[in-house]
Design a binder for this molecule. Structure first.
Ligand code: HEC
Ligand code: HEC
Length: 365
């Protein structure tokens, strides 16, 4: 029998254990071990350009390539919208950044980019015997995961939850549009890109363990010069163009299709999406507790304890079609899945056409 879930109450879904498995928290590919894992296409390109190895001997990335963001992703600069994509179709690395960006960025920003592309030791990628690469490793670069200032869906475990089974898998967020945001990290809510840049290397790279960080060669960045330059570069990364949006971030009726316009109506109307995803960037720069645990009992999934996630940052939806997979742990593979998810957890009872239209709308943001 097919159960009509949105018509069923959260407690009934919980009691009957019929919450869709794909909506539950997603474990890391090896949750007990954790650590940074990169998609194979990224590993191959870095090997080709830099000769640097990012293959773990114990673990492969788990999500199929066709669900992941375009690679290499285009790069748009807030300072030079006239240029369009400045990546020239290449993965930006320390080998080609100067040639690509000299003359477009100022010297401080160029230095920021160089640091974002320079390898620093990390928990699994370092020179000690306690590493997860065959050969000693020089480490990883910021744009290993935030490839081309965007995301390639690389994953790891959040640094600041214990015990291990309660740690969240985290899907790399795009750095596009960090300049309009006020909270950084899905849960930590650090208040500036500078803070996050500093924290990421000092703590997240070493699972929040300062003693191991010392042993494996933590690279402490200088706040006044290095962190500042790195943050300034990140603040230049713009959302992708959205030619159908007007200056208020709403659809231009002359350019949009009927389905997109109907989707916009649902988004601002009975879908209630705009209560948290406010235009023009479709975020309220806050965190919300969606209380998804109303729908399931706590239980273990491949080493991950699925229980309450707590408050999570409202990720912006500008450019959202380019950043699969979705939610902080990447559990939802497509935008269609996100509509089904919110339809259920917000108890909206949207019709099939409304759901299709919502997806059509979000694809234009
Ligand atoms: C293993 C891949 C990986 C590497 C390497 C990495 N990041 Fe991240 N980054 C992430 C993930 C995953 C998050 C989300 C963290 C969270 O939800 O708490 C994140 C979050 C961020 C954020 C906040 C974005 C937001 O929307 O809240 C910034 C800024 C950032 N990283 C910058 C950097 C910088 C600078 C470096 C290099 C020092 C770096 N990252 C290296 C994966 C990575
Ligand atoms: C109560 C506030 C709230 C409402 C209402 C809401 N959202 Fe969200 N949305 C969030 C939060 C918080 C997240 C991050 C959740 C997470 O990562 O676990 C999110 C995440 C998303 C994402 C994934 C973003 C990403 O980068 O992975 C999409 C897509 C989305 N929402 C679409 C919608 C749609 C469509 C609706 C309406 C049907 C909606 N949201 C209603 C708060 C809300």
């Amino acid at each position: 029998m097919r159960v009509k879930l949105p018509a069923t109450k959260p407690e009934e879904i919980r009691e009957q254990g019929i919450f869709p498995n794909g909506f539950l928290p997603l474990p890391h590919p090896n949750h007990a071990e954790g650590g940074m894992v990169f998609p194979k296409f990224h590993i191959d390109e870095v090997k080709k350009q830099e000769g640097r190895g990012l293959t773990r001997f114990d673990l492969d990335f788990d999500l199929p390539d066709h669900f992941l963001p375009e690679f290499p992703a285009p790069i748009f600069l807030t300072t030079r919208p006239d240029l369009g994509d400045v990546s020239k179709g290449k993965l930006v690395t320390v080998m080609n950044y100067y040639e690509l960006f000299n003359g477009i960025l100022n010297p401080k920003q160029l230095e920021g980019l160089r640091l974002l592309l320079t390898p620093f030791p990390q928990q699994q990628f370092n020179q000690t015997e306690d590493r997860r690469t065959e050969e000693p490793s020089r480490g990883v670069v910021c744009f290993e995961c935030h490839a081309n200032g965007h995301t390639n869906a690389s994953t790891h475990l959040v640094g600041d939850i214990r015990p291990q089974e309660f740690r969240h898998r985290i899907d790399t967020p795009s750095l596009r549009g960090v300049n309009i945001q006020r909270l950084f990290g899905s849960q930590r809510a650090l208040k500036s890109v500078e803070d996050f840049t500093e924290f990421e290397q000092r703590a997240a790279y070493f699972d929040g363990d300062p003693v191991i960080a010392q042993k494996k060669g933590v690279n402490v960045l200088d706040r006044g010069s290095q962190v500042h330059a790195m943050a300034e570069l990140q603040e230049l990364l713009d959302f992708p163009p959205a030619p159908k949006l007007d200056v208020f971030g709403k659809l231009d009726a002359a350019k949009a299709t009927e389905s997109e316009l109907r989707g916009q109506k649902v988004f601002f109307g009975n879908g209630q999406c705009s209560a948290c995803h406010a235009p023009p960037y479709y975020t309220d720069n806050l965190m919300h507790n969606l209380k998804v645990e109303r729908f399931y009992k706590p239980h273990m999934i491949n080493g991950r304890m699925a229980s309450a996630d707590g408050p999570i940052k409202t990720f912006p939806l500008r450019g959202i079609k380019d950043s699969p997979t979705y939610l902080h742990d990447g559990r939802l593979l497509t935008l269609d899945d996100t509509v089904e998810f919110f339809n259920l957890i917000l108890e909206l009872k949207l019709g099939e056409q409304d759901k299709k239209d919502l997806v059509a709308f979000m694809r234009q943001l």
